[in-house]
Design a binder for this molecule. Structure first.
Ligand code: PAF
Length: 282
C-alpha cells in the first residue's frame, strides 16, 4: 500500500491506473477506522482493481468547532489496518493540501430537500461541507465506484443527489450498518464514550428494534413517541430527533401505508457524544 499525502501525487497515480484500464474503488473516510469501515473496504477490494481510501477529517462539514477538535484521529493505526485489508492507496492529505485557499465553502451544491431535514436541520451547512469534500475526492480519484455506510443513511441520499446535480459518473454503493455484539452501531465517535456511556449506548438500537415490533400494531406517532420515551428514560441519553421517513425522499410519513419503504432515523446525545443510527420499518 502506498501512502499519498499530496494532490499532485494522487492525480499522477490515478492517471497511470486509468490509462492502464484499471477500475478504481474509493472509500472516503474521516479515519478512526473500525470494522464498519473495513466492511466497506473489503467490498471495494473485491469489486475493483485498485482501492483508494481517503483519511481526512474534513473541517468544512463540522458546524461545531469542539466537535471538530475532539474528533478521534488515529492515522498510524488506520494505515496499518488499510495495508492489511489489501488497499492500494491511503490518501492522507493535510487540511492545507485539500484547501489551499483556506477551509471554507466555495460554492452552493444542489442537494435537494433530502439535505434540509434531520441532520441538515440540526447541523446547518453540514451537507454542503460533505458535498464539497466528496465531490473533490471524486474529481481527484475518478472512481468507478464509491462506498458509503448506511449508518449515515441521509448522507447517502444527499451524495446521490450531489452526483446527479454535478453530473458525476460514479456508482454509489451503500453498505449495511455494522454493529457491536450488543447492537450499538459502529462509529468512530464511539471511541469518545466513557465506559458508563458505552454501557447505555446500546439502548438506542434496542429501542429501535422494539419500535419495529410495536409499529405492527401502533400508528407512526405512537411508535415515534414510544421509541423517544424509551431512550430518554435512560439517564445520560437525550434524543435530538427521531424521524420516521420515506426512504427515498427522507420526508416524514404520517401513516405506514404512505410509502413502500419507511426508515426511522435517530440522533441521540450520549453525554456530549452525538450518536446516529437508523432502522428499516417497512
Ligand atoms: O461519512 C464520513 O465519514 C464523511 O462524512 C465523509 C463521507 C468521509 C466525508 O468527509
Amino acid at each position: 500500500m502506498i501512502i499519498i499525502r499530496t494532490v499532485s501525487e494522487l492525480e499522477g497515480y490515478v492517471s497511470r491506473e486509468r490509462n492502464n484500464g484499471r477500475s478504481i474503488g474509493l472509500v472516503p473516510t474521516m479515519g478512526a477506522l473500525h470494522a464498519g469501515h473495513l466492511s466497506l473496504v473489503e467490498k471495494a477490494v473485491k469489486e475493483n482493481d485498485d482501492v483508494i481510501v481517503s483519511v481526512f477529517v474534513n473541517p468544512t462539514q463540522f458546524n461545531n468547532p469542539d466537535d471538530l477538535a475532539s474528533y478521534p484521529r488515529t492515522e498510524e493505526d488506520d494505515c496499518r489496518l488499510l495495508a492489511k485489508a489489501g488497499v492500494s492507496v491511503a490518501f492522507v492529505p493535510a487540511v492545507e493540501e485539500m484547501y489551499p485557499a483556506g477551509a471554507k465553502r466555495e460554492k452552493e451544491f444542489e442537494l435537494g430537500t433530502a439535505a434540509e431535514v434531520m441532520e441538515g436541520k440540526f447541523r446547518p451547512g453540514h451537507f454542503q461541507g460533505v458535498a464539497q469534500i466528496v465531490s473533490r475526492l471524486f474529481e481527484l480519484c475518478r472512481p468507478n465506484r464509491a462506498y458509503f455506510g448506511e449508518k449515515d443513511f441521509q448522507q447517502i441520499a444527499v451524495i446521490r443527489n450531489m452526483v446527479k446535480s454535478e453530473g458525476i459518473d460514479v456508482d454509489i454503493i451503500a453498505c449495511p450498518i455494522k454493529r457491536a455484539d450488543d447492537g450499538l452501531a459502529l462509529s468512530s465517535r464511539n471511541a469518545l464514550l466513557t465506559p458508563e456511556q458505552r454501557a447505555i449506548a446500546p439502548e438506542i438500537h434496542k429501542a429501535l428494534v422494539d419500535g419495529v415490533e410495536y409499529s405492527k400494531t401502533h400508528s407512526v406517532k405512537e411508535t415515534h413517541d414510544m421509541v423517544v420515551d424509551s431512550i430518554n428514560s435512560h439517564e445520560g441519553l437525550d434524543t435530538e430527533y427521531f424521524e420516521i421517513v420515506d426512504a427515498r425522499t427522507l420526508l416524514p410519513v404520517e401513516e405506514w401505508s404512505e410509502s413502500p419503504e419507511v426508515v426511522g432515523c435517530i440522533t441521540v446525545f450520549c453525554g456530549k457524544v452525538r450518536l446516529i443510527d437508523n432502522i428499516k420499518f417497512r
